[in-house]
Design a protein around this ligand. Structure first.
Ligand SMILES: [Zn+2]
Length: 327
């Protein structure tokens, strides 16, 4: 029956119609129905699923034709059924074209309850204006487009940290540093960090716990760690990496570096890809991306390095400070 029912009956192979679909759509998403939860969990880690419906028994993965073919070949062995999600693929490819043609979103597509990049920055500036004794808004570096893009492609953003503490109480104080939205499509993380900041300054002076926190600690928030990528995500594109145009330059759907695989610590180990069109591309060198370097430098300024030399050495019990990266 192969070939008679569209995609069905391909017996471990990719049909001609499916290959055509990959050629016609820049972004292709596959639905992977699974029978073994352990297999599903491994796939989520390997492919960075855009959606994992463990309860309903399927995953949505953004795949290259090569990865699609590889999974198709192992359908029977892994207890999977791999099929194209044509509606999602066509929607995402259409939105990518719209973005490239200059259609910047005014509100967050699909999730209007979360604030946009510009609304997040406005919220931070408002916090500083209304609570000058508690808040500052520091520039710690550049996005790739701001500082590193070729001149014709330059635009981009500063990376800014919202610094909260009662400066009337002298330090030194231990610091909590939070980064959010490093992966562009993880929209909720920036909103969570922004609301946390608003809660802290709003409750200062009335809530004793919050007052103690800001009197005797510093809370620093990099609310938008990947602002270039976030612009694509706000247009409703399931974007993950930064927007480095020189990584995978021939595909506007797949370019960029996975900032969360680009940190110098343990760079190049399992879970990251050396293929520059991959969604988990680690970049050409440790900390090659300006966003990564800005975060690393800020961490080094924020926290003394007191760990031992071995990989699994714990920090000493009197180490102070805390870093959280929200995903
Ligand atoms: Zn993430």
């Amino acid at each position: 029956l192969a070939g008679c029912a569209g995609w069905a009956g391909t017996e471990g192979r990719v049909s001609e119609a499916e290959k055509r679909f990959f050629a016609q759509n820049e972004l292709v998403f596959a639905r992977v129905d699974f029978t073994d939860l352990e297999v599903a969990r491994r796939l989520v880690v390997s492919f960075e699923a855009v959606s994992a419906r463990y309860g309903e028994g399927y995953l949505l993965l953004e795949l290259s034709l090569q990865d699609f073919a590889r999974l198709r070949e192992r359908e029977r062995e892994l207890g999977l059924r791999v099929s194209l999600d044509t509606a999602l693929s066509e929607q995402q490819s259409r939105r990518l074209r719209g973005f490239e043609e200059g259609a910047l979103a005014e509100a967050l597509r699909d999730f209007p309850c979360y604030r946009t990049l510009e609304e997040t920055f406005a919220a931070a500036r408002r916090i500083v204006a209304e609570h000058p004794a508690l808040a500052a808004w520091a520039d710690i570096g550049d996005s790739w487009r701001r500082g590193f893009a070729p001149r014709f492609a330059r635009s981009g953003h500063d990376l800014r940290v919202l610094e909260l503490t009662n400066r009337a109480v002298a330090g030194p104080k231990p610091r909590l540093f939070i980064t959010s939205a490093l992966h562009a499509r993880e929209l909720a993380t920036a909103e969570l960090a922004t609301r946390f900041a608003e809660h802290l300054v709003g409750a200062y002076g009335t809530d004793p716990e919050v007052t103690w926190l800001l009197d005797h600690h510093e809370v620093h928030l990099l609310l938008q760690a990947n602002p270039d990528g976030r612009e694509l995500a706000e247009a409703g594109i399931l974007w993950r990496k930064n927007v480095n145009l020189l990584a995978c330059p021939l595909s506007r759907a797949r370019r960029g570096v996975d900032l969360n695989r680009n940190f110098a610590f343990e760079w190049g180990t399992a879970g990251s890809s050396a293929e520059w069109c991959s969604d988990t591309y680690r970049g050409p060198a440790p900390a090659s991306e300006p966003e990564t370097r800005a975060i690393q430098d800020y961490l080094r300024r924020s926290f003394p390095d007191v760990r031992g030399p071995a990989l699994a050495d714990a920090a000493p019990a009197d180490a102070w400070g805390l870093y959280l990266d929200l995903h």
